[in-house]
Design a protein around this ligand. Sequence first.
Ligand SMILES: Nc1ncnc2c1ncn2[C@@H]1O[C@H](COP(=O)(O)OP(=O)(O)OP(=O)(O)O)[C@@H](O)[C@H]1O
Ligand SMILES: [Mg+2]
Length: 241
Amino acid sequence: MSDVIIKVDNVQVSFWQNNVGVYSIKDLITHRKSPFKNKVILDNISVEVRKGESLGILGRNGCGKSTLLRAIAGIIKPSKGKITVNGTFAPILAIGAGLELELTGYENISLLLALYGTARKNTNAVENIKEFSELSDEVLKMPVKQYSSGMVARLAFSISLANDSDILIIDEVLAVGDQGFQAKCLEKIYKIKSEGKTILFVSHFPDDVARICNKAILLEQGKLIDSGNSSDVCNHYRQLF
Ligand SMILES: Nc1ncnc2c1ncn2[C@@H]1O[C@H](COP(=O)(O)OP(=O)(O)OP(=O)(O)O)[C@@H](O)[C@H]1O
Ligand SMILES: [Mg+2]
């Protein structure tokens, strides 16, 4: 169908994990058993998102939500299956991912705007980011490694808003922002939704997911255990605890 903007088809993602610690060259030469195991993080995931839809992604810590977003954003490659995306997005995912911690707020803004090509199209982009984030000039001149997690979330979300993309990816931005910023983000998300943009929304707050998203999926240990109408899936999520 032409209005399908994201198609995730039977996707599997696996990572090499080491739960032993250091594995040295000596270990390799003496044929000590490798501690690396190939662990399946996402298994057989299929989901379609149509233009203008908002998809909520729910599940416990470590179930694979951010990994699914990274795969959709093309940051990691599925080991099996196929992902097709017919739109643009700003790949600022989890809190701070995509930001260079050694650089200042301003330097990160310039870098990411240049990367997305936004600076050429929108000359007010830096001012808009500053205004939405409510971060002071003094804070924006500091390296991001000195920011609190709320400040990082403010910067990351404001930069992703400045990029006028078809798909907005939101991973837990509301979790660390203070009440004022949460309310402001929700208002902005509703506005973006009303403009017909597509939203992928990861959150641990089912009430927000039910309000923002028309449909949702529920992951459990890398498997898709429910999908459909967001209020039904949110009820299922609440029953997990
Ligand atoms: N680069 C990596 N290498 C190895 N394992 C990884 C890597 N990234 C994630 N994982 C593992 O993948 C699993 C899913 O992680 P992910 O970050 O997708 O979870 P999540 O659902 O977003 O959790 P949370 O709610 O805590 O944000 C976890 O077990 C994690 O340890
Ligand atoms: Mg996550």
